[in-house]
Design a protein around this ligand. Structure first.
Ligand code: PLP
Length: 339
């Protein structure tokens, strides 16, 4: 399977634009600019084999509101393994979306259909439907009632609904993770990640939620010690630190609104900008030119050329002024051209 393109490729950008690595603002990923502060890690976490019966599952169950979980090393291994848990079938993926999902299902023995809405995915009669909520990169979101109704509809054809909530933490009211695998939604599978909201993408910690029998098969596929001892230790701290979490929600929501308003003011009308809190996405026919404008000023964002989308992550406080100035310059240039 070929390696796919992702955000965060700062070294390549530094070389291409001839701007030193430390001069860049990297807004290309949607990872929070405020990572969870790493506590001192005990030597035993490095020295001993990770123990699956430490507190990690219990604290994760508390944070996510569901005990039917499997800890994975980020969402990625679950994304790659899930297609192998189903007999050859049809899947409808609501797109455009995170390319690893599409690649994983393409790589296995299934027929894939990309639909532009959840309604179209359900109408396709495919037994499995997959979407991200909120979606990366479009930042569209679905209400929990819609997702539960979809899971119910799919259960009538012995189907499954897979919802990737990697960006779900800033708006927990949109999450259906607490119901995945319950009697209310036995065919619902959700994926969560500590990479984005907690800013711990390098720790490689995530969780899958759903029916116990399915999680057992997923666990068999992934094998033992999927998460390193130090990552387990840090994840337990992060998942129990409710004060830090509450502050993080407030910070991200504020920064998300500020970014969306800045984009609406300088680049695109309000209607074509959507926000997940962690990133804003806009649709513009100037996507490529805007990407270049930001890049030559040392700001890396993510361009989705085919869809004419630009995704911009929230900036840390010390980066904000520069982002504001560079977008204002863009606005002035466009205005001048129009007159
Ligand atoms: C929607 C979505 N799901 C999952 C992932 C993978 O995250 P993780 O670091 O948990 O493997 C990403 C990464 O960008 C993503 O955008």
């Amino acid at each position: 399977m070929a390696m796919l393109e992702h955000g965060g490729r700062l070294r390549a950008a530094a070389q291409h634009y001839g701007i030193a690595l430390d001069q860049w603002i990297d807004l290309s990923t949607g990872i929070s600019p405020w990572p969870y502060p790493i506590p001192e890690i005990p030597t035993t976490a490095w020295h001993r084999l990770p123990e699956p019966d430490d507190e990690l599952n219990a604290v994760a169950a508390d944070y996510y509101g569901n005990t039917q979980l499997l800890a994975t090393s980020g969402s990625q291994p679950a994304i790659q393994a899930l297609p192998h848990l189903f007999e050859s079938t049809r899947i409808a993926i609501v797109g455009p979306t995170y390319n690893e999902h599409i690649a994983a299902w393409e790589f296995s023995d299934h027929e894939i259909l990309i639909t532009s809405t959840l309604t179209a995915a359900l109408e396709s009669a495919a037994p499995i439907v997959l979407l991200c909520n909120p979606n990366n990169p479009t930042a569209t979101h679905h209400q929990p009632e819609e997702l539960l109704a979809a899971a119910h509809q799919l259960s009538q054809r012995q189907g499954w609904l897979i919802v990737d909530e990697a960006y779900g933490d800033p708006y927990p009211e949109l999450s259906v993770t607490n119901l995945a695998g319950s009697s209310c939604a036995p065919n619902l599978i959700t994926l969560r990640s500590l990479g984005k909201f907690f800013g711990l993408a390098g720790a490689r910690v995530g969780f899958a939620f759903g029916a116990t029998s399915l999680l057992n098969r997923l666990a068999d596929k992934l094998g033992p010690w999927t998460i390193s001892g130090p990552s387990r230790f840090v994840a337990q701290k992060a998942l129990t630190d409710t004060v830090w979490q509450a502050n993080q929600v407030a910070y991200i929501r504020d920064a998300g609104i500020r970014l969306k308003q800045l984009i609406a003011r300088t680049v695109a009308p309000e209607t074509s900008v959507k926000s997940t809190g962690l990133f804003s996405t806009l649709h513009t026919r100037h996507a490529e030119a805007l990407f270049e404008h930001l890049a030559v000023h040392g700001i890396l964002v993510r361009l989705f050329r085919e869809a004419s989308l630009i995704r911009i992550g929230i900036a840390a406080d010390h980066e904000w002024k520069r982002l504001e100035n560079v977008l204002q310059t863009w606005h002035n240039t466009i205005q001048q051209r129009a007159t």
